[in-house]
Write a protein that binds this ligand. Structure first.
Ligand code: SF4
Ligand code: FES
Length: 373
């Protein structure tokens, strides 16, 4: 029986999914991490009962899915009861994980709790390169073993690859690995440059030739694996003429909850200055979604400046990404520089030129010094 709250006439649709960033703790140190530069401490994380209340409110609001994410969600000792709670609220449950902490016992517990889908992030198809990116020796092998366990348990499996200049040549091998592991879906997403990723942009941004080669691989693979393997492909904004519809539009389909309980329209929203993101400790998801100034700030088209305001694509891409606009121009309300119609579009070409030389070494997060522990 649905407990969804009735929606007032003219109000936005309820969110499709609520992403629970249950922790920022993570055993990996990927240089393209899109989490904030300042991570939240374990001591600041919501308690189990808080997350259960959030799950109740997500179901009441009309969301269909909850995604357990992080950081590494397996770092939370209460992940199994949280998954069970979401299952009891008839929400579709997805675990987004590095999988290095996922063994047969914990997977069995998660399956018994009702977990339906596991998304495993892979850094590469070769152990040496993958472990170098992850900053953890042996990580790739553990991921392979975890993926086989997920399939053996009968759960849906997606492989996530983040593509950059150091692994773009292995795009075909990524597809082959996904097919060999029995994945139903592969996400091949070029790096997005927020958070720690922006700091490593010159080390990660692929060349135009690399991008074109990956795109050709994806198109051929989609034909070859049609009906068996879905390949989602996200191109890098830095070579685009039009932006992506980030989060399908601000406050339209998704809500993120940070480890300490801040409700965000996207994972990078806390980078935006002057925004007051409400806490689930003090407000219900219902009030946050429908009433909070933060979720209304860039929702729809009313906030848009020119050229978006009069553009025929304004309800297709919703003006692109607010966090990218802020990261590159210092103003979250400007048109996303990924759009060729933006006066800031030359910033993208300048970044490509800056990254054209030999790649600098990665800057890794230092977790031992970071606030996450
Ligand atoms: Fe999208 Fe705005 Fe560019 Fe039009 S002008 S394509 S709405 S970002
Ligand atoms: Fe925040 Fe795109 S990542 S709006």
């Amino acid at each position: 029986m649905s407990t969804a709250h009735p929606r007032a006439a003219g109000a936005p649709e309820p969110p499709l999914a609520v992403l629970l960033e249950v922790t920022h703790r993570c055993p990996l140190q990927c240089p393209y991490c899109s989490n904030p530069l300042a991570l939240e401490r374990a001591s600041a994380e919501l308690e189990t009962a808080d997350w259960q209340r959030v799950i109740d409110q997500a179901a009441a609001l009309g969301a269909l899915q909850v995604h357990f994410s992080g950081g590494e969600p397996m770092s939370r000792k209460d992940l199994v009861p949280l998954v069970r709670h979401a299952t009891q609220r008839q929400l579709y449950t997805n675990l987004i994980t590095s999988a290095v902490l996922l063994d047969e016992v914990r997977l069995g517990e998660l399956k018994d709790a009702g977990l339906e889908h596991v998304q495993i992030s892979f850094q590469d198809t070769q152990a040496q390169g993958a472990d170098h990116i992850a900053g953890l020796a042996g990580a790739h092998q553990r991921k392979l073993e975890a993926a086989r366990l997920v399939k053996a348990a009968g759960l849906a499996l997606t492989l996530n690859f983040v593509i950059h200049r150091h692994n773009a040549e292995r795009a075909a091998a990524m597809v082959a690995l996904g097919a060999a592991l029995g994945a139903g879906r592969i996400e091949m997403a070029h790096t997005q440059y927020y958070g720690w990723g922006l700091r490593n942009r010159d080390a990660l941004l692929p060349s135009r030739a690399q991008l074109d080669a990956v795109t050709a691989v994806v198109e051929a693979a989609r034909t070859e694996h049609q009906g068996r393997l879905v390949i989602d492909y996200v191109v890098p904004d830095y070579y685009a003429h039009r932006p992506k519809a980030c989060m399908s539009g601000w406050g339209r389909r998704f809500m993120n909850i940070s480890p300490s309980g801040r409700a965000l329209p996207c994972h990078a929203a806390e980078t935006l200055p002057g925004m007051d993101f409400p806490s689930v400790r003090e407000h219900s998801l219902q009030d946050i979604w429908y009433e909070s100034p933060a979720f209304q700030r860039f929702r729809g088209t009313q906030w848009m400046p020119d050229p978006c305001r009069s553009c025929e694509r304004r309800e297709l891409d919703w003006g692109g990404c607010r966090c990218q606009a802020f990261a590159l121009t210092g103003d979250a309300a400007r048109t996303d520089p990924a759009c060729a119609l933006s006066a800031d579009h030359p910033l993208m070409a300048a970044a490509v030129r800056a990254a054209a030389g030999p790649p600098p070494p990665f800057a890794y997060r230092r977790y031992s010094e970071a606030s996450a522990r």
